[in-house]
Design a protein around this ligand. Sequence first.
Ligand code: NAG
Ligand code: NAG
Ligand code: NAG
Ligand code: NAG
Ligand code: NAG
Ligand code: NAG
Ligand code: NAG
Ligand code: NAG
Ligand code: NAG
Ligand code: NAG
Ligand code: NAG
Ligand code: NAG
Length: 711
Amino acid sequence: MQPLSRSHMNRIPIPFGLALVLLVSLVSPTSSCTEQDKTSLLQLLAGFYRDGGLTASWQSNTDCCIWEGITCSRPNRIVTDIFLASRGLEGPISPFLGNLTGLLRLDLSHNSLYGGLPLELVKSRSIIVLDVSFNRLTGGLSELPSSAPVQPLQILNISSNLFTGRFPSTIWEVMKSLVVLNASTNSFTGQIPTTPCVSMPSFAVLELSFNQFGGNIPQGLSNCTVLKLLTAGHNHLSGTLPDDLFNVTSLEHLSLPSNWLQGSLDGISKLTNLVTLDLGGNELSGNIPESIGELKRLEGLHLERNNMSGELPTALSNCKNLVTVDLRSNNFSGELTKVNFSNLSNLKKLDLLYNHFTGNIPDSLYSCSKLTALRLSHNNFHGQLSERIGNLESLSFLSLVNSSLTDITRTLRILGKSRSLTTLLIGLNFYHETMPEDDNIDGFENLQVLSISDCSLSGKIPHWLSKLRNLGLLFLHNNQLTGPIPDWISSLNVLFFLDLSNNKLIGEIPIALMEIPMLKSDKTAPKVFFELPVYAFNPSLQYLMPSAYPKVLDLSINNITGLIPEKIGQLKALTSLYLGSNKLAGEIPEPICTLTNLQVLDLSNNHLTGTIPAALNNLHFLSNFSISNNDLEGSIPTMGQLSTFPGSSFEGNPKLCGPMIVNHCGSTEAAPVSIVLTKEIGTGVIFAIAFGAFFVVGVLYDQIVLARHFG
Ligand SMILES: *[C@@H]1O[C@H](CO)[C@@H](O)[C@H](O)[C@H]1NC(C)=O
Ligand SMILES: *[C@@H]1O[C@H](CO)[C@@H](O)[C@H](O)[C@H]1NC(C)=O
Ligand SMILES: *[C@@H]1O[C@H](CO)[C@@H](O)[C@H](O)[C@H]1NC(C)=O
Ligand SMILES: *[C@@H]1O[C@H](CO)[C@@H](O)[C@H](O)[C@H]1NC(C)=O
Ligand SMILES: *[C@@H]1O[C@H](CO)[C@@H](O)[C@H](O)[C@H]1NC(C)=O
Ligand SMILES: *[C@@H]1O[C@H](CO)[C@@H](O)[C@H](O)[C@H]1NC(C)=O
Ligand SMILES: *[C@@H]1O[C@H](CO)[C@@H](O)[C@H](O)[C@H]1NC(C)=O
Ligand SMILES: *[C@@H]1O[C@H](CO)[C@@H](O)[C@H](O)[C@H]1NC(C)=O
Ligand SMILES: *[C@@H]1O[C@H](CO)[C@@H](O)[C@H](O)[C@H]1NC(C)=O
Ligand SMILES: *[C@@H]1O[C@H](CO)[C@@H](O)[C@H](O)[C@H]1NC(C)=O
Ligand SMILES: *[C@@H]1O[C@H](CO)[C@@H](O)[C@H](O)[C@H]1NC(C)=O
Ligand SMILES: *[C@@H]1O[C@H](CO)[C@@H](O)[C@H](O)[C@H]1NC(C)=O
């Protein structure tokens, strides 16, 4: 008990009228929160290792109803709400909170609370909303005696913690009022709970994604007559979708991606209230049934990364509310013309990457005027783009890689009219055509990413590219472009990824290239998302935004001559520099050693001479490095970063010596020793060196090529 006298002293300076009110309220028995409430809160505070400054407000001599984060009921001053989200609290949750008999809502989310979730809270007879999400709580949830009194709890959010163990089945028997259970992002194991609905007539939301639930989805869901949302993605669920799941007609969002679910979608038509269906990343087979047309409210259809096959059903056009259709990486085939896309007037994203669709791009697709992203890459499409693609005024992302497109000049003229395009990926088309140099190629003013790689295009790096003021990434590798690298390249103010590898470019490395602003500064591209993630050859490597790409300059496998400019030292922001397989001569310029962000440095297969600059050891992030097959001399540093690379990084330099290559440095002069050694060991070694060099080039090149087959 706080001595009343202190409260009286506190009110001395307060004006008379207000003091009177205060006095009256103090005198009244309900003037302040109850001692039990106050004690319980102080117990909570006392347990914290960090209290986020709460002590300043939670003074034991004051009414706990005026403490920060506390709300009391009006007439009888009982604590009803504790709102301490994002307060920087660290420590355990005191079981004393269970003594707050009038507590209705407890929000401790987004703190660093640890320890278990006290049973006293779970079995509270007053709490309606319990949110402890985004903490570090551990342990399991305890079983409750089924004889326990019915609990009023409606919302239980324990997501994003470190909870483990099986889900206690008895919880359901006493939590008859539960509406929402969010247990996502924990480490729960065992079968997913499905018996709840028998005893919980209002149960509407069950969120279990990002756990380690396994086994089948058990029968018993059909009693969940008001269940609207069921998500259990990113678990280890297996088996087929149970029949009675398809009886839960109240379902609006069914989301089970990244599990091992099998079977077909044949029962899906009964779920007529579905708005979202996400079964991506499973092992589903069979086709999309014609009955999908019953799902009139469907907005999101995600079946990507499964083993589904067959044609798209005509009835898909009945799902008029579709916004997103993702069928990427399946085995679908047939022509798209069966689907009348004109009816899908809300469609924004269509992703058919990696399937076996054939035929032409259906004309009806050009009426989907809200389309922002279209990816048809890596199918067996043939036929040309229609001028009508210009109707798609919102189209920002277009990927038509390996789609048998021909006539690059016509294609670019048509696409230039798509004013909203930011990402255009059209590699692996137009084989052996000529890159249009035509300055009449116009438009593309918003383009940020352009790939016209792997086309064996002849011609030059075209001047119209210089007008693309927003271009951040340019991929022109694996063509047969000739001529020099143009000086205007430095006028591309936001360019930070330039891949010109494997062409037939000649001339010297232009000094202009050393002036590319984004490679000189730490400035990064604006963080805007791609409309669809971009996948590299390895499907697990995905880029969500252009700015996530590293800063890269790749001129390898061309016919570039001359010296590596000293000014290369200006490109401080570079993380990868590929100059391998050219005809570069002279020494490795010292300023290259100041590019401290470099992770990849490939100078192999040139005519470089001189010694290895010792300061290359300053490149602490370097993980891929090759200077093989040049004419370098002297010894390889035996300490520091360079000494961590294998012999293959250095091989093919007869005058070079070091512990990791055939030429060990003798106590005498290095060069003569190596000559002697080479002579003595003979052709076997030469073969070994040649093989090693081939291997390095092969490996590096494979990585380059592999990483660049876009989706
Ligand atoms: C409050 O709760 C604690 C722990 O749950 C318990 O030990 C204690 O007896 C309770 N105190 C009161 C006054 O009810
Ligand atoms: C916890 O879940 C409830 C119900 O879904 C939700 O209203 C609340 O915002 C969630 N809390 C946080 C911190 O996201
Ligand atoms: C569950 O919590 C997570 C955060 O951990 C949140 O992203 C998700 O929206 C919540 N789900 C529901 C249905 O409230
Ligand atoms: C569903 O509830 C009914 C009673 O309403 C019961 O007979 C049936 O066994 C329940 N089904 C399951 C799978 O729990
Ligand atoms: C699904 O509902 C139908 C009636 O709508 C019923 O005949 C069938 O037994 C139910 N299936 C399951 C597995 O509950
Ligand atoms: C994919 O489905 C086909 C039948 O359409 C089947 O033969 C094949 O085994 C399935 N593959 C996998 C990996 O499940
Ligand atoms: C397209 O929508 C119209 C009505 O807006 C409907 O009559 C027609 O059946 C739909 N076409 C298809 C192929 O679903
Ligand atoms: C795709 O389907 C064909 C038969 O249509 C089958 O031979 C092939 O194995 C399937 N591919 C995959 C990856 O499942
Ligand atoms: C496709 O649907 C549109 C709009 O409903 C309709 O005008 C058109 O005739 C349909 N086309 C075909 C081939 O069914
Ligand atoms: C391009 O597509 C064809 C099938 O149309 C396929 O055989 C070929 O492997 C694909 N090429 C690449 C590099 O993906
Ligand atoms: C480089 O030029 C030579 C002739 O000057 C030619 O034989 C060779 O194929 C060219 N190499 C490349 C990669 O273009
Ligand atoms: C560097 O080399 C490693 C191992 O050889 C490889 O896994 C990695 O992809 C390479 N990175 C780059 C950017 O080339």
